[in-house]
Write a protein that binds this ligand. Structure first.
Ligand SMILES: Cc1cc2nc3c(=O)[nH]c(=O)nc-3n(C[C@H](O)[C@H](O)[C@H](O)COP(=O)(O)OP(=O)(O)OC[C@H]3O[C@@H](n4cnc5c(N)ncnc54)[C@H](O)[C@@H]3O)c2cc1C
Length: 394
């Protein structure tokens, strides 16, 4: 099998890249190790930055998002029972975010790809990327019980943190930067209307809590738990009781309880692999970097990477200049590190670090008070949350 761009992985990065290339007349083949149902049901991110919304619309993948997504103009910070709203449009010159689940983004992109795009093979597991240093990189993969080879002009590794593409970069050329956190998030989905119409980020002496939503009838809520916690240790009532404690306010706000339909623990990690390019292999999304979910940046970073790659390849076709492709890693990493910094800061701002001293606890509260009382500090948070520029765009 032969194609222009071999894409490993059909998460948001791989699916959107295939769509962008198809719209520009560039051929691609997507290899995905899991089946379609798994790709469409995996519960993950839910907040789309303004730039991501614009890209999905421009790619012709925004119709259902515009119908069913929830535009959010702010978030609420809670601490010591106080409530403080961050007004995005007022602080950023009009920007907002969209609450639309990653599962729905993937469903929309899978449907478009199968209807209009190039091959998307499910249950096709990439085994290795080979020959990245030469002109003809290859992906060795297994599909329907047989081993096969996909020959390409370029390979883009969109295969997430545990994929194989990153392994094709020689260890001597790889630099990794990592931080593991001593806590994770216990996340639930519940059949109950959200208890607030915007996301609520709560800092509490017992730990962080987040109130979020997937739709007007489905709530998504999270609790900070120690790293390594098994979701099964938490009974449903215990989860609601703990959420109630951490989200409590001094006014008459109340948490609505409902049937919990899913429960899982997400570990928290910051990770960056440099460079994001080796020869004709390009890494995009979680294959190259991970952020803790506090800043809602993971999916949005993946979108930024594939937009940068698609623009660079189109630019090569239009002008003959490989300048943008050559700058891919550098261009992406500038934005990646801003998102890493933002996600790290949001995590430190809101979580209880078990090793924190009483002094550090007081500094954390002082930071929150600064955001609540200074327009400049609030604007910095709002700019980071609604997203860093996507760079050169067509
Ligand atoms: C449990 C969890 C919860 C999260 N929650 C949030 C959140 O609340 N907010 C937020 O902003 N972000 C969240 N994230 C991060 C966000 O979901 C990711 O950043 C986003 O999915 C990145 O997209 P991606 O396409 O780069 O990678 P992925 O979505 O990981 O997609 C990679 C794809 O590659 C496939 N693949 C892997 N190996 C191979 C192989 N060898 N061959 C072929 N295919 C392969 C995988 O099956 C997968 O479909 C969460 C992540 C996880 C893991």
């Amino acid at each position: 099998m032969r194609t222009t761009v071999g894409i490993v992985g059909a998460g948001p990065a791989g699916l959107l890249l295939a769509r962008l290339l198809h719209r520009s007349g560039i051929g691609s083949v997507v290899l995905e190790s899991r089946d379609r149902a798994h790709v469409e049901r995996r519960q993950r991110a839910g907040v789309l930055e303004q730039g991501t919304v614009d890209v999905l619309r421009a790619a012709g993948a925004g119709e259902r998002m515009d119908r069913e997504g929830l535009r959010h103009d702010g978030i609420e910070l809670r601490y010591r029972g106080e409530r403080h709203r961050i007004d995005f449009p007022a602080l950023t010159g009009g920007r907002s975010v969209m609450v639309y689940a990653q599962t729905e983004v993937c469903k929309d992109l899978v449907a478009l790809q199968l209807e209009e795009g190039g091959p998307l093979l499910f249950e096709a597991e990439a085994l290795a990327v080979e020959g990245a240093e030469g002109d003809r990189p290859r992906v060795r993969f297994r599909h329907e019980g047989r081993e096969d080879v996909l020959e390409c002009d370029y390979v883009v590794g969109c295969d997430g943190f545990r994929g194989v593409a990153r392994k094709a970069v020689p260890a001597a050329l790889s630099r990794t930067y990592e931080r593991a956190y001593p806590f994770g998030w216990l996340g639930i989905l519940a059949d109950v209307p959200p208890s607030h119409d915007e996301l609520v980020y709560a800092r509490h002496d017992r730990g962080f809590a987040l109130l979020s939503m997937r739709s007007p009838t489905v709530s998504r809520l999270y609790l900070q738990v120690p790293a390594g916690t098994d979701a099964g240790e938490w009974g449903d009532e215990a989860i609601w009781d703990e959420l109630e404690r951490r989200l409590e306010t001094a006014d008459d706000w109340r948490l609505r309880r409902g049937t919990i339909t899913s429960k899982s623990v997400t570990p928290m990690r910051s990770y960056v692999h440099e460079p994001m390019r080796h020869g004709r292999l390009f890494l995009a999304g979680d294959a190259a970097h991970i952020v803790p979910p506090t800043g809602a940046k993971g999916l949005n970073l993946a979108v930024g990477d594939v937009v940068t790659f698609a623009d660079a390849l189109i630019h090569l076709g239009d002008t003959g200049s490989a300048e943008r492709l050559d700058a891919y890693s550098e261009t992406c990493l500038r934005r990646v590190w801003q998102a890493e910094r933002f996600s790290y800061d949001m995590t430190a701002l809101l979580h209880r670090d078990p090793a924190a001293t009483p002094f550090e606890d007081r500094v954390q509260l002082a930071r929150l008070e600064r955001i609540a009382s200074s327009r400049a500090a609030a604007a910095d948070l709002a700019e980071g949350y609604t997203g860093f520029p996507l760079g050169e765009r067509r």
